[in-house]
Design a protein around this ligand. Structure first.
Ligand code: PLP
Length: 457
């Protein structure tokens, strides 16, 4: 970082507050200022190039130089830079995008509601579920079950779904007793000695069943889950997990909300994580790769049954009393629509299915590294979990910050990755990555692991 008094870094320290950052440490360390991008590569203000191995924040699916998205934004900005979707208003990009999303979505989905971020989408889903159960004359049926280690956002309601202590500490959460968390489906960490993967899934589904029974099924509204947990450490579900959990939810009239904010749009090899794991969601939330993150946009997709209930209730109340100024922003919608067209025309799903076996092979090979306890993933997402003892799975002390040391060394080798809870390192490159670039990613990560292994006591 340049420390010149008027440098970008100095001005960043002077004026900018950063989320998920130790603010005091930032005053010492300063920012990594990213100024340019080409394909899966980004460069900083000193001209150093990095392979963006986490696609920004699991989101830059088409990399950093997709001219069609720039053009789509420019066209819409010139034509109509802003209109909203309140009070019966609409715009062409919003109509086309909603139609396209419904066509792409799991069969049960018939309607799309647009907003700006993953947190907003999950918040909206929760509010709509409460509205729905009030409409159905079930005002007690409001409790929501998520999983420990889940990340569903940080706004007040979505923040209650998030099951990671770091997103709660100091923020007076929980504020509500409507949210519950069950065991994360990590067979590696939560499986009992001698327990098979299927047995583990059965135990976790039973845990959901027991919780619903103990709370009273007439008080439980929904279960919220990512098909593959992302920010919680890339937890790939064990065999049979979602089949078993869905059967429990059906029995108790509990809705399934699939958070596809990371999984959605080919990340796991299929259009949705729901396709990969045979999930039939009542509600699906998506964001990030919806617009390749060129502009902020998210959506709540819902089934016709759900829509019918809230539509009747809105008529009774005079309107659906919520919406966002920028929900269905026409420029963001136009960029999202163009993103979906690119996915279709460039056969992005086929590309992911073609290169992901190589990605998964290189990932799996890391399991042989002395620092790696588990290498796990699906499609173009993965993580390695770092351990002191591979045999006993004993973790390093948190204070040793081994995953941040590894991602720090990755930076030195020109690779951006992200440390995750549970001493894991997340890998989630842009979907356009080639096999040669996958090799560069894993070669650099291996070099970083070797560096850290060489200095650990
Ligand atoms: N849901 C999941 C699965 C996420 O990974 C994230 C963000 O990483 C969110 C929701 C929240 O999205 P946002 O940061 O856009 O509010």
């Amino acid at each position: 970082m340049s420390s010149a008094p008027n440098s970008l870094a100095a001005r960043d320290i002077a004026y900018t507050v950063h989320g998920y950052t130790n603010l005091r440490q930032h005053e010492e360390q300063g920012p990594l200022v990213i100024t340019g991008g080409e394909g899966v590569w980004v460069s900083d203000d000193e001209g150093k190039k990095y392979l963006e191995g986490l696609a920004g924040l699991w989101c830059s699916s088409l990399g950093f130089s997709e001219k069609r998205l720039v053009e789509a934004a420019r066209r819409q900005l010139e034509r109509m830079p802003y209109t909203h979707t309140f009070s019966h208003r609409s715009s062409e990009p919003v109509i086309e995008l909603s139609e396209k999303l419904v066509q792409m979505a799991p069969a049960s989905v018939t309607k799309a509601f647009l907003m700006n971020s993953g947190s907003e989408a999950n918040d909206t889903a929760i509010k709509l579920i409460w509205y729905y159960n009030n409409a159905r004359g079930k005002p007690e049926k409001k409790r929501i079950i998520a999983r420990r280690r889940a990340y569903h956002g940080i706004t007040l309601a979505a923040g209650h779904l998030t099951g990671l202590p770091y997103a709660r500490a100091g923020f007076d959460l929980p504020m509500s007793d409507r949210f519950f968390h069950v065991t994360a489906p990590s067979w590696y960490r939560e499986g009992l000695p001698g327990e098979s993967e299927e047995e583990f899934s059965t135990r976790l589904a039973n845990e959901v069943d027991t919780l619903i029974r103990s709370l009273g099924a007439d008080t439980v509204a929904a279960f919220v889950a990512e098909p593959v947990m992302g920010a919680g450490g890339v937890v790939v579900p064990p065999k049979g997990y979602f089949e078993k959990v869905q059967a429990v939810l059906k029995k108790h009239d509990v809705l399934f909300v699939a958070d596809e904010v990371i999984n959605g749009f080919y990340r796991t090899g299929n259009t949705w994580g729901c396709d990969t794991y045979n999930i039939q969601p009542d509600i699906l939330t998506c964001a990030k790769q919806l617009s390749a993150s060129y502009l902020p946009i998210s959506a709540v997709l819902m089934s016709q049954d759900f829509y019918e209930v809230i539509a009747d209730f809105s008529a009774k109340h005079g309107n659906l009393g919520m919406g966002y100024t920028y929900g269905g922003h026409p420029v963001a919608a136009a960029v999202a629509l163009e993103t979906l067209k690119i996915y279709e025309e460039d056969k992005t799903g086929e590309h992911v299915r073609a290169v992901s076996p190589h990605f998964q092979k290189r990932l799996a090979q890391l399991a042989d590294h002395p620092l790696v306890g588990e290498a796990r993933g699906v499609g173009l997402i993965g993580a390695i979990e770092l351990v002191r003892d591979k045999k006993t799975r004993e973790p390093f002390e948190v204070s040793a910050k081994v995953a941040p040391q590894v991602t720090g060394r990755c930076l030195a080798h020109g690779l951006i990755l992200r440390p995750l809870p549970g001493d894991a390192v997340g890998i989630c490159p842009p979907l356009i990555i080639t096999e040669a670039e996958i090799d560069q990613l894993f070669d650099r990560l291996t070099a970083a692991l070797d560096d850290v292994a060489g200095v650990l006591p």
